[in-house]
Design a protein around this ligand. Sequence first.
Ligand code: SAM
Length: 297
Amino acid sequence: MTTWVELCCGGAAVSLRLVGGPAVVPPVPYMGGKRQYAGAILGAVGLHAGAGADRVVLCDAGPWGRAWAALVETGGPARVAAYLRAWHERGEQGAALFERIRAEGQDEQSEYGWTAQFLALQCGSAKGVPVRAEPGVNGPWRTSGYAHVAKGARLRGFVERLRPDLLAQRVERLGGAAWPARTIVYRGDARDLDPDAVGATHVYIDPPYVGTTGYEAQMDRDAVLMLARRWASSGAVVAVSEGEPLPIDGWHAVDVSALGAKGHARTFTKSRQEWITVNRCGAMAFDPPRSQLALPL
Ligand SMILES: C[S@@+](CC[C@H](N)C(=O)[O-])C[C@H]1O[C@@H](n2cnc3c(N)ncnc32)[C@H](O)[C@@H]1O
């Protein structure tokens, strides 16, 4: 029985890989997203793509915590996609659609409409910078602006970043994820969840990295370490992402950015390193080259 918990889930690339396999991916770019490392991260906790779970808990204190509640419902992705398709049929796309949504503020009439708004803004957000949803009735969306495609790139055939028809297709593919009936989405601070009540077998934590800004919610290094230890002492296999190994006595770290899709070593500069720090080395299902392991911390 697998109870999978993803804290600070954002676009939940790792959870999607677990319940949907390689074909189901986050529909929009997101700063810090783990799509390219999802397989290696699952391997680090002894799981694999498409393995599924008996129970899932997703938690994020930012807009994803609300969006996932709509997207994990049976039929939820199709309902969200219907909004996107309606915008496409009205001829809306690109910067004009992005600005129209921003000007109108948050749609409080429908969770599916709200989620479509969020995904459209996040899709058009320059460099995947997180979109923020300020509280309040029809509260404002905060973005760092639309990712215009440069003239040269257009001439080379690049299309508009925000195409609601294409986004609708990507959202509909989320319907291929086999979320278990017992899936819970919590929009709030990860520290509010009680590990003993949840009974997790596997926990993945992907907090904002030290030195990064821009997320609606934050968690500093001390809080991350405390959170990781609390979930580990409840008996779960716990993995935490960071740009460096985390200093927790007796835990083990692996540089997942040094591994290709099949576990082969690759060379990256330090700025692109992605580390996973895990409480149980034996959980690692793949066979990373010895040179890529730092054992123990
Ligand atoms: C690096 S991103 C996660 C990216 C994700 N793994 C993915 O693949 O898209 C970090 C996330 O942590 C969330 N977050 C930050 N502080 C939090 C807190 N105290 N409780 C819950 N979530 C938090 C942010 O909203 C953000 O979505």
